[in-house]
Design a binder for this molecule. Structure first.
Ligand SMILES: NC(=O)c1ccc[n+]([C@@H]2O[C@H](COP(=O)([O-])OP(=O)(O)OC[C@H]3O[C@@H](n4cnc5c(N)ncnc54)[C@H](O)[C@@H]3O)[C@@H](O)[C@H]2O)c1
Ligand SMILES: N[C@H](CO)Cc1c[nH]c[nH+]1
Ligand SMILES: [Zn+2]
Length: 430
């Protein structure tokens, strides 16, 4: 737990560092996995599944029979909860559909965009320390709404070579087309190159640990797109004296429990409230089943007392958190101060877990300061926007001269000719 009281502005940059693994070692390990999978396909996947997941896998593909069997293993309460979350996520993501908007930029020149679902997508579902079946909802629902034809899912197997049953249940519920028992960087390599069993995809989605995130970054070097770097979870809480220490402590721990390399940041402008929250956090931590992981994450986490809320927002923007909680009075009035954040939770009752599971927003979000430049997953992430134009005879007459002048100025006479020939033909026929 790193506690800093009233830091100088010059020290702020030291407060916003993440506890990441040494990038060069990570990259060389992943480069080896990519090389092996690209050359040896399924055989390499078998080698890494044994090495990293202690799993012997004969067939990576989950069979229809395995999918049918899990239905009876899920309780009715869990099925109902999943149904409510699914409905909210569908409503929110369906609302992101854009109507086709035809715009006449010059009379006779009409431009518009149409969306097309990316045909083949791969979704990665983390399952190293916890089976994140909620991530299936977050990725498969927008993929389906976007009209993606092939949605393949990869998730790590346990030592018996099985995928968590709830992951399988949700995948089937949301229309995933194929499911494979493979995790970590080897899964990302498989979706990048394709193997005998696993199809190559056009874009890879999903969160994961630092191995998975580095592998996704490497996939882009081989022409496969990714959603964004969505690595170890983070939350930054800004709280004033009207916040509730127990709530803030619980929110901080909710992200700390994801993994030892998660990080949480707590910023307050009120000394008494600050101390109360630290005490509350220490006491709640003792009762968590994942205490060991959360404790390690808290060791690398920042607790900062500031002079005022304006400073809190400046530090938050510098940090660029995945999740930002504003436990402050009239929180909605402060949103214009936010420059960088993946997803924001306003007031004392918008707990971050709501966004993780069921409110409707997407939980696949940029970490490690990437919220400076990336958005979280949305319907758009699964779409390409194709532009169209329809230019009439009248339109090219109005625009032609401009194109000719610009093409000539760039020295591109074939471009100019494409207009001139048309203008000449129109003039001859008039
Ligand atoms: N940013 C987001 O949107 C978001 C959302 C959900 C979860 N997360 C994060 O996802 C992560 C999930 O991590 P996880 O580990 O539980 O599951 P995971 O599925 O991401 O990773 C598990 C896999 O990592 C590989 N692995 C483990 N140790 C390795 C090693 N030493 N060398 C090479 N490969 C190794 C194994 O193949 C294993 O199958 C957490 O950090 C969590 O915070 C982020
Ligand atoms: N908080 C994670 C995103 O960083 C998402 C998640 C899934 N399940 C629980 N939490
Ligand atoms: Zn979470």
């Amino acid at each position: 737990m790193i506690i800093t009281k009233y830091p100088q502005k010059s020290d702020w940059k030291n407060l916003v560092q993440r506890p990441t693994l040494e990038k060069q070692n990570l990259k060389s390990l992943i480069a080896e996995v990519f090389d092996n999978v690209s050359k040896n396909g399924d055989e390499a996947l078998r080698f890494y599944s044994k090495k990293f997941d202690s799993a012997e896998i004969a067939d990576f593909r989950v069979s229809r029979n395995e999918i049918e069997t899990v239905k009876s293993l899920i309780s009715n309460d869990l099925k109902k909860a999943i149904q409510q979350a699914k409905s909210n996520i569908e409503i929110f993501h369906a609302s992101q559909k854009e109507p086709i908007n035809k715009i006449e930029t010059t009379s006779g020149v009409t431009c518009w965009r149409e969306s097309r679902g990316i045909e083949k997508v791969g979704i990665y579902i983390p399952s190293g320390t916890a089976p994140l079946f909620s991530t299936v909802l977050m990725l498969a629902i927008p993929a389906k709404l976007a009209g993606c034809k092939e949605i393949i899912l990869c998730s790590p197997p346990n030592e018996k070579g099985e995928i968590n049953p709830t992951i399988l249940y949700v995948a089937e519920l949301c229309g995933v087309t194929e499911i494979f028992k493979v995790g970590g960087s080897q899964a990302i390599a498989a979706m990048t190159f394709g193997t005998e069993t696993i199809s190559q995809v056009y874009k890879i989605f999903g969160p994961g640990n630092q191995f998975v995130t580095t592998a996704k970054e490497m996939a882009t070097e081989f022409g496969v797109a990714i959603d964004m770097p969505a690595g170890p979870s983070e939350v930054l809480v800004i709280a004033d004296e009207q916040a509730i220490p127990a709530f803030c402590a619980a929110d901080l721990l909710s992200q700390a429990e994801h993994g030892a390399d998660s990080q949480v940041v707590f910023i307050s402008d009120n000394q008494k409230f600050f101390e109360e929250t630290l005490n509350e956090l220490k006491s709640q931590l003792q009762n968590l089943p994942r205490k060991d992981l959360a404790e390690k994450a808290i060791e690398n986490s920042q607790f900062i007392l500031v002079e005022n809320l304006s400073e809190a927002f400046e530090i938050s923007n510098l940090y660029a958190p995945e999740h930002l909680i504003l436990a402050i009075e009239n929180s909605e009035d402060w949103t214009s101060k936010i420059a960088n954040a993946g997803s924001v939770f306003l007031g004392n009752y918008s707990c971050e877990s709501a966004g993780d599971y069921a409110s409707g927003t997407n939980h696949t979000l940029p970490t490690n300061s990437f919220s400076r430049s990336y958005s979280g997953v949305s319907l758009d992430s699964f779409l390409k926007k194709i532009t169209f134009q329809n230019i009439t005879k009248q339109g090219i007459q109005k625009l032609g001269k401009t194109i000719e002048i610009m093409a000539e100025a760039e020295g591109l006479f074939a471009h100019k000719n494409a207009v001139t020939l048309r203008l000449n033909q129109i003039n001859q026929n008039n």
